[in-house]
Design a protein around this ligand. Structure first.
Ligand code: GLN
Length: 447
């Protein structure tokens, strides 16, 4: 029935890059047989799921929505994919995204732009725009995305679904094509908070293949789904409710806070002035790491290779000039500059220092509060084409989400109402490191 649904709406929404219809049907049949024989079919029982196209899938194209990887077929599964398979998912396909996860609208895909199911003239957010739109349009039961500076939460917010970025280290990044390794995390996009907890149960956990994955126990996240926020202290950073935040978004967040208060939680405003520097810090660090990570696409080992070239250097140059899109090139240039001798101290090192200060400011706030609540995105879904020619305006879409990645914290976006155009608004709940449970508890009670 999900494949039928895809046939009905995919022409309009365009969430997918690759649809694995044949494999999905064969797999579903195999799982049916297992069920008939009374065999264990794991937690997913054949549920149809789809993945952002930067998660490596054995034998299935993984393009990162880039021309440079247009034909790349990984010889292995990402750890999260392996875990989903062990639990008997049915993989429906691979989802559209901004090229190499760089962007906030999915307009940076080398293949096509995904549309927001609530209004096809508008963007679904990004970079996991395909992952969010597919859930919103019922083209998958749930999806996985990746979040380096907001790429799960911002599209979840713009498409009216639930999206969680787990604590850095909670989920293995093995097999996630790297954008900015110290910020990237994989997480679920789901229809509700309970599905989010269930998906987290499957994908979390230490992995020897990822040196940055944390050797901490994974709780049963569904145990956190209790309808109770009594006594919880919520901090609301003033800086996230001020300039640049749309009035209707602000009102919806204030209403949500009042609701949580009526249920027994307490909230107060506080100030975290250092977040003013979060966006520049993010774009220095993320671009620096990206410039290093993307050096591997040279046309030699895999992916796109230019047709005509004179020598090796010419091959590199032409392959990369032709293979990468404009936003990826912008990041590579910015990152190369920030890392180069003479500028390293002024930009990259300074960025790392500010990063530490941002993390300390959050640590301090969490001495006082159980969770921090903010809008997820300063605006609701914007029109396709509206911000694409102005990178700075596009970068502002991440103003509320990037501080969380810089500090390595977990956060969720859940729907909290609609604006006057009928577009969904998202509420961001940020928690202490490895305390996704309190986030889920607040989200579940609110929902
Ligand atoms: N929109 C941000 C960027 O372009 C965040 C992307 C992400 O989280 N992958 O870098």
């Amino acid at each position: 029935s999900v494949l039928e649904r895809i046939k009905q709406v995919e022409d309009k929404v365009k969430s997918y890059i690759t649809i694995t219809e044949q494999e999905a049907l064969e797999n579903a049949k195999k799982i049916d047989e297992k069920i008939a024989k009374g065999e264990d079919v794991g937690m997913l029982y054949g549920l149809p799921i789809a993945l952002k196209d930067n998660l490596c899938t054995n034998g299935i194209k993984t393009t990162c929505a880039s021309k440079i990887l247009y034909n790349f077929v990984p010889p292995y599964d990402a750890t999260v994919v392996k875990k989903l398979k062990e639990n008997n998912m049915t993989l429906l396909g691979k989802l559209n995204m901004d090229e190499f996860a760089m962007g906030s609208s999915t307009e940076n895909s080398a293949f096509h732009t995904t549309r927001n199911p609530w209004d096809l003239e508008r963007v679904p957010g990004g970079s996991s725009g395909g992952s969010a739109a597919a859930v919103a349009a019922d083209e998958a039961f749930f999806t996985l995305g990746s979040d380096t500076g907001g790429s799960i939460r911002q599209p979840a917010s713009l498409c009216g679904v639930v999206g969680m970025k787990p604590t850095y280290g909670r989920v293995s990044r093995f097999g996630l094509v790297a954008f900015a390794s110290s910020l990237d995390q994989i997480g679920p996009l789901t229809k509700d908070v309970e599905d989010c907890a269930l998906a987290m149960n499957i994908i979390c956990g230490h992995d020897p293949y990822d040196a940055t994955s944390a050797p901490v126990d994974v709780p049963d996240f569904t145990k956190a789904l209790v309808n109770d926020v009594k006594g919880l202290k919520i901090g609301v950073p003033r800086e996230y409710m001020e300039k640049g935040i749309n009035d209707e978004v602000k009102k919806a967040v204030e209403k949500a806070l009042e609701l949580l208060k009526s249920l027994g939680a307490d909230y107060e405003e506080f100030s975290i002035p250092i977040v003013e520097y979060a966006l520049p810090t993010y774009y220095i660090i993320a671009s620096s790491e990206a410039s290093s990570n993307l050096a591997r696409y040279d046309g030699i080992k895999y992916g796109y290779r230019t047709q005509n070239y004179e020598d090796l250097i010419d091959l590199y140059k032409k392959t990369r000039s032709e293979g990468f899109g404009p936003e990826v090139k912008r990041r590579i240039m910015l990152g190369t500059y920030a890392l180069s001798a003479g500028y390293y101290d002024a930009y990259y090192k300074k960025g790392l220092q500010v990063r530490t200060l941002i993390k300390q400011a959050f640590d301090e706030a969490f001495q006082k509060y159980d969770v921090i609540i903010t809008p997820t995105s300063p605006t609701t879904a914007f029109k396709i084409g509206e911000r694409i020619s102005n990178p700075l305006e596009m970068y502002m879409s991440d103003i509320c989400t990037v501080p969380v990645n810089i500090a390595g914290l977990p956060a969720i976006s859940i729907p909290c109402g609609f604006d006057s155009n009928g577009l969904p608004i998202g509420l961001q709940i940020i928690g202490k490191a490895f305390d996704e449970e309190t986030i889920l508890r607040v989200a579940y009670t609110y929902e």
